[in-house]
Ligand binder design. Structure first.
Ligand SMILES: *Cc1c(COP(=O)(O)O)cnc(C)c1O
Length: 437
């Protein structure tokens, strides 16, 4: 039994403060939950529910924090975390570069006017259409991830800067499905000579393509990585790989891209900057290499905490446990089902002094795994029609959303200094029917 259960009044005071780790700094309590200067109730009335809300000032602040912590380092936002025109424009204005991984993301970047020379194209299985979209817009760099792709791209272009993706065999110490830097998963070329398609072979193949200019190496060890020492280790291994390439081919590559994956909370950005710089300087000196230009690729760390989702409660079922069912679910947030991601939620739109009870917040979809948040303390009088707000939904929600059960995807609403504006409208039934033959 928790203290809050023994003493509801204690639970009340504790729960009525916003947990600074979970909620965007621009969110406060003033009767209602106030997001970037606008009450949740007002936002729900204007834009409907469910709705994704994103705090523009917070996104810009996070982008600046990266640029300030890493002077001289290229910061490329991983577009897959939240790919919409307005957000890409904010980040272009903040001086960031952009990672894309499909023709669709390139098209979105292009429609935002994102400078092509600051765009990278990633992907382990780029289609001819992806490559043509990237070449058509003139993206600065393409990150190569298979021998097939090297031949295909070489045949399509007379001059393209490329990096090669490497598997540094560094364990990101994260969920198996998002641990991308180890041997035995699909990304990158191995550093092991015993592996058939290894880095050495990739370099030789690229150098045999007159249309490709090899400018650097790339790695990405995974997502939700909070251990800074993992990046330090990756940096060391990558510099050793650069040294080996120079020894074998006599070329010194000017760029090193250490990928992203920085955890949304609890990632020590200052420590990361310091340790990676020292490791890089030390290893480069040891190998007699000039320091390559560094790129980092945060996605989640820029937008995750800047976003919240608003839902309307459809039903409350007091069974063996209390289920609070909302008008969204795994279609707008598949992350709990995909990787066991954990969320919290709080009542918005009204004040309740009822003692908190633990509830399970579930979605509206036809699967029992459609759970948004477990063991959430909500006021015991929570009822149909109430609003719930879920924090930490700025990354990999809008971009991972589906229209399962033919539920239209939610709108994305940008809020800044008390002004809300629709960035992406809600998906309608006409949208859902529009593709039918
Ligand atoms: C997904 C991805 C990122 C960003 O990951 P986050 O966890 O959002 O920081 C960066 N680089 C590459 C190559 C990726 O695939």
């Amino acid at each position: 039994m928790t203290l809050a259960e023994l003493l509801p009044s204690v639970g009340r005071t504790v729960a009525d403060r916003l947990d600074a780790e979970a909620w965007p700094p621009g969110t406060r309590l003033d009767g209602d939950l106030v997001f970037a200067g606008v009450p949740a109730g007002t936002l729900a009335a204007r834009f409907g529910t469910p709705a994704y809300l994103i705090d523009e000032a917070e996104v810009r602040r996070r982008a600046r924090a990266y640029r300030d912590a890493l002077p001289g380092v290229e910061v490329a936002f991983a577009g897959k975390a939240l790919c919409c025109r307005a957000v890409l424009r904010w980040l272009a204005e903040e001086g960031l570069s952009l990672d894309t991984c499909s023709g669709g993301e390139v098209a979105m970047a292009r429609s935002a006017g994102f400078p092509a020379d600051r765009i990278l194209l990633h992907g382990n299985a780029k289609t001819p259409e992806d490559l043509k979209a990237a070449l058509g817009y003139g993206v600065g760099r393409i990150v190569l991830d298979s021998l097939d792709e090297i031949d295909q791209l070489g045949a399509l272009t007379a001059r393209q800067d490329v990096l090669i993706r490497v598997t540094p065999d560094v364990d990101g110490d994260t969920h198996r499905k998002i641990n991308t830097g180890t041997e035995g998963q699909k990304f990158g070329f191995s550093l092991r000579p015993s592996v058939p398609d290894n880095l050495d072979r990739a370099v030789a193949t690229v150098l045999g393509q007159p249309g490709l200019r090899l400018v650097g190496l790339h790695c990405h060890i995974g997502s939700q990585v909070s251990r800074v020492d993992r990046y330090e280790l990756a940096a060391r291994r990558m510099v050793a790989a650069l040294a080996r390439i120079r020894a074998t081919y006599g070329i010194e590559l000017p760029q090193l891209d250490l990928g992203g994956g920085h955890a949304g909370t609890g990632f020590d950005l200052t420590g990361f900057a310091a340790r990676v710089r020292v490791a890089l300087a030390y290893e480069c000196t040891a190998h007699g290499l000039a320091e390559p230009r560094l790129t980092v690729e945060p996605g989640r760390a820029i937008v995750a905490r800047a976003g919240i989702t608003l839902y309307r409660v459809c039903a409350v079922k007091r069974g063996s446990s209390t289920f609070v069912a909302v008008d969204g679910g795994m279609s707008d947030n598949p992350r709990p089902a995909l990787y066991g991601a954990r969320y919290t939620a709080r009542l918005a739109g009204r004040v309740s002094h009822a003692p908190r009870v633990p509830v399970t917040v579930v979605g509206r979809h036809c699967e029992s795994g459609d759970v948004l948040a477990e063991d959430v303390p909500l006021p015991g009088d929570v009822r149909a029609g109430d609003l719930l707000a879920v924090p930490g939904t700025g990354a990999y929600h809008q971009s991972l959303a589906s229209n399962y059960n033919l539920v239209g995807r939610p709108p994305l609403v940008g809020v800044r200094d008390g002004v809300a504006r629709l960035l992406v409208r809600r998906e309608t039934e006409e949208d859902l029917l529009a593709r039918e033959a």
